[in-house]
Design a protein around this ligand. Structure first.
Ligand code: ATP
Ligand code: MG
Length: 184
């Protein structure tokens, strides 16, 4: 099974992203846009794991989340990986307090303790919007035109979810395997 931990994006922030996605789709770019149902901020990607490991991963996620209260987050700038000049993964940045970085770091180190290598790259909190199709490209800074097309909606992250990513022919579906309330 394929697992990752993240914060679901709900309510007004989610509606704003759904509206932005609708604007983006109008461009007919060679992009696979994400499904509207599963919008989330990934904090730790565990990848493909044997189902027997689910319990120990759940335990690590519970432990990492201990002491974390609700997080004041906000929609931020658009961006792309590997860079705005060569967009492949299109995303919307998420602004957050140091407690968000701390939670991500605790998940990273908790994962490391049970055998998951840490990400080599700095944490860049984001919601993935779409991926440029293999063999295609977008113009550099393609997203620049869209910075005025959405509001920097503030929102509260109140849950940490361990998701199972189920790959289907229609793209991945994200099922919650564990939901923790951030209530410290
Ligand atoms: P697909 O891989 O089919 O395009 P997806 O990337 O949405 O779809 P997953 O690969 O299962 O589905 O990824 C689940 C979540 O984990 C997504 O938010 C994705 O961006 C993130 N993710 C995937 N691979 C990594 C990775 N190597 N490092 C960090 N995050 C990752
Ligand atoms: Mg992927």
């Amino acid at each position: 099974m394929r697992l990752f931990a993240g914060i679901p994006i709900v309510d007004e922030a989610r509606r704003e992203i759904v509206a932005l996605l609708a604007h983006l789709r109008e461009r007919d770019w060679p992009v696979r846009w994400v499904r509207e149902e599963g919008l989330h901020l990934t904090l730790k990607f565990f990848g493909e794991v044997a189902p027997e490991r689910l319990e120990v991963i759940e335990e690590a996620v519970r432990f990492a989340a201990q002491g974390t209260g609700a997080l004041a987050l906000g929609l931020d700038q658009l961006g792309a990986f590997p860079s705005a000049a060569r967009p492949r993964v299109l995303w919307l940045g998420i602004a957050g307090p140091s407690a968000l970085e701390l939670l991500q770091d605790r998940l990273e180190r908790g994962g490391e303790a049970i055998g998951f290598p840490p990400e080599g790259t700095p944490f860049q909190p984001h919601v993935t919007l779409g991926r440029v199709r293999e063999g295609h490209r977008l113009p550099p800074r393609a997203l620049d035109d869209f910075e005025e097309q959405y509001a920097r909606v503030p929102f509260v992250g109140t849950r940490l979810v361990l998701y199972e990513s189920v790959l289907t022919t229609g793209g991945p579906r994200y099922d919650s395997r564990l939901t923790l309330e951030l209530t410290a």
